[in-house]
Design a binder for this molecule. Structure first.
Ligand code: M6R
Length: 365
């Protein structure tokens, strides 16, 4: 049932504040504002390394998590797409944590990667939406994403819930390893607790983004997405979402890689979506943005009040997101990227919920 929405994708985008609330109910103690995680069959303080493996959007959630685990918990993280990882014969440190992310829990390559890690003396944990799935059954421990059934082929609410769970896990790992104290845990938990409200605010940008999609993107043949730090995997995710449902070619790049190749593509027909919450890398991203402007590129800047007051004048269009801590920004910025893809596809008249050539669950390699 799509409720009063035109597509399942729209319904699932709008469910995000609510399902994120479910994640918080499960993983955060509201009275103490501390995390509550069930007993795990491994010790987060003792794991020498984390290996994250997934496909598609779930892989991009894993790339965001790499930034979080490394920055906050100071633990080394490898992240790979399952189809590469499973055949790579990767050398693994015994006793490491292998973490699999999958909405369906049935993705063939992710499952094969899990079985390889089992043979390599790893603790096996998975972040799954379907808790009765094969990946869930074969794991030592599962972290449910609690997003509810996701029908749209393009993953939206599952991605945001994966990020929420990964953020919780990164904070818990940081605490277990003494990398942060209880005050900092409380501060970060409070930032997560505020997410349903921020996500609702971001959803109000729908009409503005619809117009922007129509004016700037519907006729584009290619779109470039740029970001730095944890906004880089968001650029990859934004590009994947646009490709999947609007069939427009799109690429995500780390903003700093621009001058190593993709800048050759820039002309006045190429929209460039810049994901730049105001953070310690903001000025760096702005200088990449200026390089695009100087070559006639059309910039769509996703930022917050401060970022837009500094750099908004230089952009062709801006989308102002609520002010959030840089730690939680990737969760929030997923929403405008989903809306950009959604409205572009709606205007192009493509099949939003069942895009051509794609299946919701990829159970063959
Ligand atoms: O069920 P999974 O999370 O394992 O699926 C992984 C990918 O197939 C999936 O995320 C795919 O990339 C989506 N269609 C993205 O919107």
């Amino acid at each position: 049932d799509k409720g009063n929405h035109r597509h399942f994708m729209a319904k699932e985008i709008h469910e995000q504040p609510e399902v994120v609330g479910h994640v918080l109910g499960h993983y955060v103690d509201p009275a103490k504002q501390l995390l509550k995680l069930p007993e795990m069959p491994f010790d987060l303080a003792a794991i020498p390394r984390i290996t994250i493996v997934a496909c598609g959007t779930a892989y991009y959630a894993g790339v965001v998590a790499k930034y979080w685990f490394e920055q906050v918990a100071r633990v080394p993280v490898d992240v790979d797409v399952a189809s590469e990882f499973r055949y790579r014969e990767c050398a693994m440190t015994p006793g490491g944590l292998a973490l699999f992310i999958s909405q369906s829990g049935e993705t063939a390559d992710t499952l094969a990667a899990l079985r390889y890690c089992r043979s390599q003396d790893q603790h096996i944990a998975s972040i799954v939406n379907v808790t009765e799935s094969t990946i869930a059954r074969e794991s030592d421990h599962i972290f449910p994403t609690l997003a509810g059934p996701e029908i749209g082929v393009a993953s939206t609410k599952a991605f945001v819930c994966q990020l929420m769970v990964l953020a919780v896990l990164a904070i818990a790992t940081a605490r277990a390893r003494g990398a942060i104290d209880a005050d900092e845990e409380q501060r970060l938990a409070a930032e997560l607790t505020a997410m349903p409200r921020h996500l609702s605010d971001a959803l109000h940008l729908g009409p503005l983004i619809e117009k922007l999609a129509q004016d700037e993107l519907t006729d584009a043949t290619d779109v470039l997405y740029l970001g730095r730090g944890a906004s880089f995997p968001l650029a990859l995710e934004g590009a994947l979402k646009l490709k999947e449902i609007s069939y427009i070619h799109a690429e995500g790049y780390p903003a700093g890689e621009l001058k190593h190749g993709p800048i050759a593509l820039i002309d006045d027909t190429l929209p460039v979506i810049v994901i730049a919450p105001w953070d310690r890398l903001f000025e760096k991203t702005v200088s990449n943005m200026q390089e695009v402007m100087a070559r006639g590129g059309r910039i769509i800047l996703l930022s917050d009040r401060k970022g837009i007051s500094i750099a908004g004048d230089e952009a062709t269009a801006v989308v102002e997101l609520p002010d959030v801590d840089p730690f939680t920004a990737p969760i929030l910025y997923a929403v405008p990227l989903q809306l950009v893809a959604y409205f572009t596809a709606v205007h192009k008249g493509t099949d939003v919920d069942q895009p051509r050539n794609l299946a919701k669950s990829v159970t063959v390699e």
